[in-house]
Design a protein around this ligand. Structure first.
Ligand SMILES: Nc1ncnc2c1ncn2[C@@H]1O[C@H](COP(=O)(O)OP(=O)(O)O)[C@@H](O)[C@H]1O
Length: 286
């Protein structure tokens, strides 16, 4: 982790310069065009052969549920869940000098610059390192080829889980997201009920409703409006699909089609990762 913190920080100028002057406006060049590559990573050990904790990445469109499954896996495996979207929102809440530029970018559904996000991530990793953290599950990073290349240059990613959900469900799920302004709990009021057609099976995802004490304190993210979500989906296709190709070529990409709601999907994800036994042991020990 120390090497990762140092090197990742060394890439985008110095941390002082970045913190003070690095604009969150995007400067990244257009992504390279996608190609078809091999799949099938070797799954899933909870420690690598050199004894360190897992270093995994979650990819997937806005609203697919990266945060939900990354957070559950992080608890199961005892590694931090680092969501760059949360780091950006924390930065916005500090109301620092860049907050208004940042809010403009986020509320238009655009990506912040690679330098800016790498600086935020480096700072988060440094704080974790000081607390003795090891391993990670990254959620929302890398999102551009440049970010993937920088990460590749500084550490080994063991596995990349690409969560997939039908497009018609993604918008509804983003619009249904709610957070409790008091406890920070995440909920979703959307009920996805898609009938089967010639190509796809039916899909049912029940809402994840808040408990009564949160119900009156729910807030919606300012970038979860229909117009902005559609722009985020467009940008995902343009800038982040090539990242899927990048990892597919390395044989690290695990494609995971969500079969339905959280309980069904979580069970299947654990099976695919060979972690169902791991969870049984943990709950037995609890
Ligand atoms: N890796 C990243 N690169 C650039 N911008 C990012 C990155 N991660 C988060 N952001 C910014 O934070 C916003 C919120 O991120 P996130 O919560 O991950 O959104 P989403 O629900 O679209 O996956 C993004 O729309 C973008 O402006």
């Amino acid at each position: 982790m120390a090497v990762l913190c140092r090197l990742i920080r060394a890439r985008p100028i110095t941390s002082y310069t970045v913190r003070t002057f690095c604009s969150p406006y995007s400067t990244s060049s257009p992504p390279s065009s996608p190609e078809i590559g091999a799949i099938s990573p070797s799954l899933a050990s909870t420690k690598t052969s050199d004894g360190r904790n897992v270093q995994w990445v979650f990819l997937g469109c806005p609203g697919v549920g990266k945060g939900t499954y990354a957070s559950r896996l992080s608890k199961l495996l005892g590694v931090p869940h680092i969501a760059t979207g949360d780091l950006v929102r924390d930065e916005l809440n500090t109301k620092g000098p860049l907050a208004s530029q940042l809010s403009e970018i986020v509320n238009q559904g655009k990506l912040v610059s690679d330098h800016f996000i790498i600086n935020l991530l480096s700072k988060r990793l440094e704080v974790g390192e000081a607390k003795g953290e090891s391993g990670f599950i990254l959620d929302g990073f890398p999102r551009t080829i440049r970010q993937a290349e920088i990460l590749e240059g500084v550490t080994n990613i063991d596995l990349v889980i690409n969560l997939k959900l039908r497009e018609e469900a993604l918008l509804a799920k983003c619009l249904g997201r709610r957070t409790c302004s008091q406890c920070g709990g995440n909920y979703n009021v959307a009920c996805i009920d898609i009938k089967a057609d010639d190509e796809n099976p039916a899909m049912f995802m029940p809402p994840l409703l808040p408990p009564p004490h949160c119900a009156s304190k729910l807030v919606t993210r300012s970038d979860d409006t229909e117009h902005v979500v559609k722009e985020r989906l467009r940008i995902y296709n343009e800038k982040s699909r090539p990242v899927e190709v990048f990892y597919r070529k390395q044989g690290k990409l695990l494609e995971f089609d969500l079969p339905g709601g959280i309980s069904e999907s979580w069970t299947k994800l654990l099976q695919v990762l060979n972690l169902d036994d791991h969870e049984d042991k943990r709950s037995a020990a609890a």
